[in-house]
Design a protein around this ligand. Structure first.
Ligand SMILES: Nc1ncnc2c1ncn2[C@@H]1O[C@H](COP(=O)(O)OP(=O)(O)OP(=O)(O)O)[C@@H](O)[C@H]1O
Ligand code: SF4
Ligand SMILES: [Mg+2]
Length: 355
């Protein structure tokens, strides 16, 4: 076994990709130097496809999404390396003005908390119309607003358009935000934890809506979540992210049937099954290290039950990619082909009988 760090795979064009992110690195400027929060991320989304990006808090999911939009919450964050292509056009060479035209028109984004992104003093219909105005959408903005509210399955569209955000429920506000994001018929929608702030029933309604919109509008959907159950309901392919890196990439059915990376296996084991007679209280021990404090070697090694001292924590372990079918950067585990690693967490789970 060699211990040389896997070289980045040369950038290859994914011919049918709507979104093609290649070897993305994101840095944050700090007084102590650049802090790398995302490293060598490669992912694609095709037209009409829902792709999940999952991982615990602090994995770098949002930073990856902000890179695609070139819309970072802090001016200190920036794309330090890599390429981002949308419909064959390289985005991270565009001027700020050109990028403004792409955002909203060819790709839209929705976030966890719609309230933060809606103006509390403006009726929601006008807020959707402002997006249309900003991108010079035809003449009949009112008709398009009503069409969008119908598309969002909001009954009595004309009345809803006149309401202020505080007069709507959380689920309705999220539908308004999705309407704003889709107003210009973009090809790609990035949804960053769109249902996390909603209760379970409302969450399911929003996920069904996103799936219907994807099918009917041939929309590429990048769905960011920490919740694998959300992915199971919505996505065809999944990227698993840990400590700033993609650690596994699989078709969703394969990922749920046979997760390869010990981290993915732990995430799956952490899902509660409401129909079981016992509550599985499993959670992966420890937490995601904060950026700048990544461990040496495999970043997951301090939490991994399969970690081999002297190998997994070596400075540059040869992290085994899962193969060309799954794209570059996938499966960063040097034991990915070890049969024992197929059930990394094989010790009995802590179970508690239901009352
Ligand atoms: N302004 C900042 N300065 C320093 N570090 C930051 C800053 N913003 C984010 N980070 C770090 O970047 C890393 C990735 O953060 P990111 O917000 O992308 O994670 P995430 O996977 O979206 O988490 P969550 O599920 O909580 O939204 C984290 O380690 C975070 O602490
Ligand atoms: S490389 Fe080692 S520590 Fe990392 S996930 Fe694989 S077995 Fe675990
Ligand atoms: Mg986030």
């Amino acid at each position: 076994m060699t211990h040389a760090m896997t070289q980045p795979t040369p950038a290859t064009v994914a011919p049918d990709a709507l979104l093609d992110v290649r070897h993305l690195c994101v840095d944050i400027r700090t007084p102590g130097g650049a802090l790398r929060v995302v490293r060598d991320v490669c992912l694609t989304v095709a037209r009409g496809e829902a792709v999940g990006l999952v991982g615990e808090s602090g994995s770098g999911k949002s930073m990856t999404a902000f890179s695609v939009m070139n819309l970072f919450p802090s001016p200190l964050a920036h794309v330090a390396a890599g390429e981002i292509h949308l419909e064959g056009q390289r985005l991270n060479l565009l001027s700020a003005e050109a990028m403004r035209a792409v955002r909203g028109a060819r790709m839209g984004m929705v976030f966890q908390d719609p309230t933060s992104y809606l103006d509390p003093l403006m009726p929601v219909g006008r807020q959707i119309a402002e997006t249309l105005q900003a991108h010079r959408f035809g003449d009949d903005h009112q008709a398009r607003v009503l069409e969008l509210l119908d598309l969002m399955e909001l009954p009595h569209a004309a009345q809803v358009a006149r309401k202020y955000p505080h007069e709507l429920s959380g689920g309705m506000r999220q539908r308004i935000l999705i309407a704003c994001a889709l107003a210009m018929r973009p090809a790609l929608l990035i949804a960053d934890e769109p249902t996390t702030a909603l209760d379970v029933t409302v969450q399911s309604g929003i996920l069904k809506l996103l799936s219907r919109l994807r099918r009917e509008l041939d929309l590429g959907l990048l769905l960011i979540t920490h919740d694998l159950a959300v992915v199971a309901e919505t996505c065809q392919r999944v990227y698993v992210m840990y400590a700033g890196e993609i650690v596994e990439h699989q078709h969703a059915l394969d990922l749920f049937a046979a997760p390869r990376h010990p981290y993915t296996q732990g995430l799956l084991r952490s899902i509660l099954h409401p129909r079981s007679r016992a509550l599985d209280l499993f959670s992966i021990p420890g937490g995601v290290p904060i950026a700048g404090h990544w461990p040496s070697g495999c970043r997951f090694h301090p939490r991994c039950p399969m970690a081999q001292p002297g190998i997994c924590d070596a400075d540059a372990p040869a992290l085994v990619p899962v193969g060309a079918a799954h794209g570059p950067g996938a499966d960063r585990c040097l034991r990915a082909d070890d049969p024992q690693a197929r059930d990394a967490w094989s010790q009995p789970a802590c179970t508690v009988a239901l009352p």
